[in-house]
Design a protein around this ligand. Structure first.
Ligand code: GLV
Length: 308
């Protein structure tokens, strides 16, 4: 079996992990311009350039090294009939739950205010709010969104979850469609976006939709940056309609030096670290998926037309 790996920044980590997981396979790392006559059966990749699929014409399946497949499905060279598999959690749901919990508690327990008070040398306690007044709205109820919704619900916060097709999650008020989104926005003190980047989520959170949040609303984005109209967010933070934001992802990463959010005390910025891929666990899924394919079965592939 021939497996081709591509990860521009972490080529060694991924290539040696794939070699360990498939000791009998011929495993190589793809370099643009190389491997012309070496055609792989499987690809384990992250954000390959378009040339990858122009050269690799014998692939039986592609495994994405992350959950989000936006950088793959946007490639015109990706053959329509080539099955693509994304990671289905593999522990990233726990990382994301921790990240969102941190952000939620930061604002709910007024740590944003206490940071400000400390720099002003101000000793000023605030009354602790009722959790029942802090509804958390979660956009996206895939493996990760569902785990986050359950974690936040276990903490005692009311949770509304929105997804394209209606889901059922224990302890979560699940909604869908335009009306469901409207309801979620009007009720949520904390809005958590875990949405993928697709044509229908692009700038979904804009001036009009974010204004529907109650006064003092908070945004946590652990999904994809282009779901948010960042200028609209900036305006709503400035006007005070929104209290703060914790942002892990941006339309263009790294966030440019000149961006005003770096110096905005209402915004917490992290460098796309909310839920990194645990490589060993990812390979457990990929090994199991390839074993199924080799037996003639099909693990759940992404739907390219939906983009996730
Ligand atoms: C990270 O952003 C991922 O898509 O896994």
């Amino acid at each position: 079996m021939k497996i081709l790996v591509y990860n521009r920044k972490n080529s060694e980590v991924w290539t040696s992990a794939v070699r360990n997981a498939f000791p009998d396979a011929d495993v190589r790392h793809w370099v643009e311009g190389d491997c012309h006559d070496w055609l792989a059966d499987y690809a384990v990749i992250w954000q390959p350039p378009a040339a990858f699929f122009q050269q690799q014409t014998q692939l039986k399946a592609v495994f994405n090294q992350g959950v989000g497949v936006d950088s793959l499905v946007s490639l015109e060279s990706l053959p329509a009939d080539l099955p693509v598999f994304k990671l289905r959690g593999v522990g990233m749901e726990e990382y994301m739950s921790d990240y969102v919990t941190y952000g939620l508690l930061h604002f709910y327990r007024d740590f944003d205010l206490y940071r400000q008070h400390q720099s002003d040398k101000q000793w000023q306690p605030h009354r602790i709010a009722q959790k029942s007044d802090w509804t958390v709205g979660i956009l996206g109820l895939g493996v990760i969104g569902k785990a986050v919704a359950e974690a936040v619900s276990h903490l005692g916060f009311p949770v509304i979850g929105w997804s394209r097709s209606e889901k059922t999650v224990q302890g979560v008020n699940c909604v869908s469609g335009k009306e469901g989104l409207d309801h979620l926005l009007r009720e949520s003190r904390v809005l958590v976006s875990l949405l993928p980047s697709t044509p229908s989520t692009h700038k979904l959170l804009n001036q009009e939709t974010l204004t529907k949040l109650p006064e003092g609303g908070v945004l946590i984005n652990g999904g994809r940056g282009d779901v948010i109209d960042i200028e609209a967010l900036q305006v709503l933070l400035k006007s005070g309609h929104m209290r703060g934001a914790m942002l892990d992802v941006f339309e263009k990463e790294p966030l440019e030096d000149s961006h005003p959010f770096w110096n905005n005390s209402k915004v917490m910025i992290t460098p796309h670290i909310a839920a990194p891929t645990p490589v060993a666990q990812a390979l457990e899924q990929i090994v199991a998926d390839i074993a199924l394919i080799e037996q003639g079965e099909m693990p759940p592939a992404i739907d390219k037309s939906l983009g996730y």
